[in-house]
Design a protein. Structure first.
Length: 569
């Protein structure tokens, strides 16, 4: 007969104080462990206890001071001691420094590794202070949002001389008259780039037409016009951008690729991937803003629900297998892959990636930029990886049968393989691999998890407005009858506010995760269609993409209109 381990620490204290039973405590401990989530965070999320009662009990049980962040002034946060990576990793915040001691606000008193990390990085002794989890999250979010990015220090008179790293001038030194003539162009380009960075744009488009010229930026997945310079400046604007990105300014007949690295401050630089394309009325130039912070976000902020997050982390722990991320261009596949790689990136693992191109540098990971012109294809890079004893391999995209077969062979021989495919749903991915020519047996035994995803704009919490629609429309949208009566819908405020962009601020991932089961494997082996696979998966508890999106609509994270825009299935 199996005996239950006696409760200790905070769990025992909360049972003793009557917040819940011992049975509930044991169940919560097991669930929190399976989700790799702190016990205190889990019981708060499950509404077993309030934020204040949890903090009060933790403070009393561990003999640590309890502090109310509502009365704390963020400007008191000690400067020069803050490492954003540590704050995001541990959800802990240094709030005060006294002599050679720093005080760390955290909600989980068992998070000893946070104290050790802050002690190591600051060289100071540390002391924990217990705070309410919801207030800590809000304080950290506000602090990171208001951190110095290097942009606020750039006044208008500095737009002439933004520092570009590794830029080789391809033009002859300009005379005073020429320099004065080009100064407005330099200022205009720099201002557009800085404004777009401030607004969180992902790319910038410089587009010439016969009688006009426009500059657009993509913010939260939507293109918006930001400037309309005179069309007579088209040649000079493209020349300036090509000089900045080290392209050949004399070549206007063929597309070119380049990069810009712009230093904003001593601690921050921004990378741009630049492409020029000859069009009927001049060169269209697109700059892709490469934000390295997006590659280092935690799995908590991607948009997974608790079950999806647990399945993703569980699959990453496997020593071998294949995780495929699918979706259209711009659906956040790269960020999902990089998040997984960051979780796997430890000293014990040898990780190699083949990408086209390498957009963001990841410390501790061997990244290869494939170049088919010289024979360095995805398949060739993979062959080389497998000769170097890798633990984890990431392939930017499976485009052909050769790459697919080598990737699957790697997944079957003791390696964890991560890659992407362009399909609309997770079930279609399995049939797509077979249609490429991969044997059904290999698909069934190699693939561990498929993630299909989209990115939807988040409603602005400051100005979103509630509304009602008829029950019939809700049923047609996909909601169940039993959830309609308690449903509260929100939509964007088209005017917006000073915190958002026309009622939206940021984006959230919408996911469906299909894990390989024996029944699904048998279906693949028997040449089942994607509909057959989907039917089995739903029977086993699979949550389709549309249903995941409806859950986020019900939570007020996004709007039904936005969901219908990004999901057409």
């Amino acid at each position: 007969m199996q005996t239950t381990k006696p409760l200790v620490g905070l769990a025992r204290r909360l049972v003793k104080d009557g917040y819940f039973s011992a049975q509930v405590a044991h169940s919560a401990l097991e669930k929190a462990q399976s989700l790799q989530k702190p016990f205190i965070s889990h019981i708060i999320a499950e509404e077993l206890i309030s934020n204040y009662n949890a903090a009060y009990a933790a403070s009393d049980e561990f003999g640590l001071p309890l502090f109310d962040l509502d009365v704390y002034e963020p400007e008191n946060i000690p400067e020069g001691l803050i490492d954003e990576k540590l704050i995001l990793k541990h959800r802990a915040l240094p709030i005060m420094k006294r002599n050679k001691k720093i005080f760390i606000a955290l909600a989980d008193p068992t998070n000893v590794s946070a104290l050790d990390d802050f002690k190591f990085h600051t060289g100071l002794s540390v002391e924990a202070i217990i705070v309410e989890e919801d207030k800590l999250k809000l304080t950290i979010d506000n602090f990171l949002e208001n951190q110095d990015t290097g942009l606020d220090d750039l006044e208008d008179d500095s737009l002439d001389n933004l520092e570009l790293e590794d830029t080789e001038q391809q033009e002859e030194p300009e005379s005073g008259e020429d320099a004065a003539k080009e100064a407005p162009i330099v200022r205009f380009v720099n201002k557009v780039l800085l404004d777009c960075i401030r607004k969180g744009a992902s790319d910038i488009h410089f587009e010439p037409y016969e009688k006009s010229y426009r500059v657009r930026s993509r913010i939260d997945g939507i293109l918006q016009e930001v400037a309309k310079p005179p069309p007579s400046l088209a040649t000079r604007l493209s020349a300036r951008l090509k000089v900045m990105s080290k392209m050949d300014i004399s070549e206007r007949r063929i597309p070119q690729d380049g990069r810009i690295k712009m230093r904003l401050s001593q601690s921050r630089s921004i990378d741009f991937r630049v492409n020029s394309l000859p069009t009927l009325w001049g060169e269209k130039i697109v700059l892709r803003i490469l934000d390295s912070s997006s590659a280092k976000i935690g799995v908590e902020v991607l948009g997974f629900d608790d079950e999806q997050k647990a399945l993703f982390l569980k699959t990453l722990e496997k020593p071998q297998g294949m995780i495929l991320v699918t979706g259209p261009t711009g659906s956040g596949k790269t960020v999902s892959l990089y998040t997984g790689l960051n979780i796997l990136n430890t000293e014990e693992r040898n990780i190699s990636t083949a990408e086209d191109p390498v957009e963001i540098n990841l410390e501790g990971i061997n990244q290869v930029h494939v170049n088919p012109k010289v024979g360095l294809t995805f398949a060739e890079a993979l062959r080389s990886f497998l000769r170097q004893d890798p633990d984890v391999v990431m392939v930017g995209e499976i485009r052909d049968l050769e790459t697919a077969e080598i990737s699957i062979k790697a997944a079957q021989t003791g390696h964890m393989v991560l890659s992407t495919l362009h399909t609309n749903s997770s079930a279609e991915t399995l049939t797509r691999l077979r249609n490429m020519g991969v044997e059904a047996f290999n698909v069934a035994t190699a693939v561990s998890l498929i993630i299909a995803q989209r990115l939807a704009r988040r409603l602005c919490e400051e100005c979103k407005v509630s509304y009602t629609i008829p029950d019939k429309a809700l049923l047609e949208a996909g909601f169940e009858m039993e959830e309609i009566h308690s449903l509260k819908l929100f939509e964007s405020n088209p005017v917006g506010c000073n915190q958002c962009n026309k009622g939206y601020k940021g984006r959230v991932g919408i996911y469906e995760l299909l894990s390989m089961s024996e029944e699904i494997s048998d279906c693949i082996m028997n040449n089942g269609t994607s509909l057959d696979i989907l039917e089995i998966a739903v029977r086993q508890g699979f949550k389709p993409l549309k249903r995941s999106g409806l859950d986020k609509v019900a939570l007020g994270i996004t709007s039904l209109e936005e969901l219908n825009r990004v999901i057409t299935i």
